[in-house]
Design a protein. Structure first.
Length: 222
């Protein structure tokens, strides 16, 4: 029974403990299996509070039933101390502060160990603080259910769409044919500049050749 309990404790599946509970009902291993089973339900229930409140409450109730069953059939102070601690955590998760404080008082009364008693006393004092109560009440009022994935995303309404931008282009040909415009004057100046050249005209070239011929003839004369 103890070997099966050890093997089941690492599975993370609370249903696995059913084999130990049903096969060895009158053993200490079976009582601890009920407590471990309840703690697994408790762990799953606390996690489910963040996405499925209804499922979380069912898991926490399953945890309560398993832990109470373990507590009813055992006189072991260690098991009793851990069982009342788990019951206190269940009540605390559901926002039942008075019931949680009573369970923590049971842990203190059993006095299984000084560390457990100190923890239970500190937790009871914390639950009596107004800011702790306000937070847990706020948390329990929240709906953490995820959005329905089958629904399409909502589209913005017509009132939320911006106006069309101004797409009109300016008239860029307005002054191109106006001879008095600055652009026309600039074009005329460019055309005039292209007709000017630094090369000599035909007449100037002829005069230069004739002067060169005369100078050569003069130089060859006796």
């Amino acid at each position: 029974a103890t070997l099966e309990l050890i093997e089941a404790s690492g599975s993370g599946d609370p249903e696995v403990f059913g084999s130990v509970i049903n096969t060895y009902p009158d053993t200490k291993a079976a009582q601890w299996a009920k407590l471990y089973q309840g703690n697994d339900y408790l762990f799953q229930g606390v996690n489910a509070l963040y996405n499925d409140r209804e499922n979380a409450e069912q898991l926490l109730e399953d945890a309560r039933q398993s832990i109470k069953s373990a507590l009813a059939g055992s006189t072991d102070s260690l098991l009793q101390s851990r069982a009342h601690l788990s019951l206190a955590r269940i009540d605390e998760s559901l926002g039942d502060f008075d019931a949680a404080i009573e369970q923590y008082k049971q842990v203190v009364a059993i006095a299984e160990s000084p560390s457990m008693s100190e923890f239970a006393q500190a937790r009871s004092a914390r639950l009596a603080e107004s800011n702790t109560v306000e937070f847990i009440e706020w948390f329990n009022s929240q709906d953490f259910s995820p959005a329905e994935p089958a629904l399409p995303p909502s589209l913005p309404g017509a009132d939320g769409l911006p106006d069309l931008p101004d797409l009109d282009l300016p008239d860029i040909t307005a002054d191109l044919t106006d001879p008095s415009s600055d652009e026309s004057s600039d074009l005329e100046m460019e055309e005039a500049a292209t007709t000017e050249t630094d090369e000599p005209t035909t007449t100037d070239a002829t005069e230069i050749i004739e002067e060169s011929t005369t100078e050569e003839a003069d130089s060859d004369a006796p």
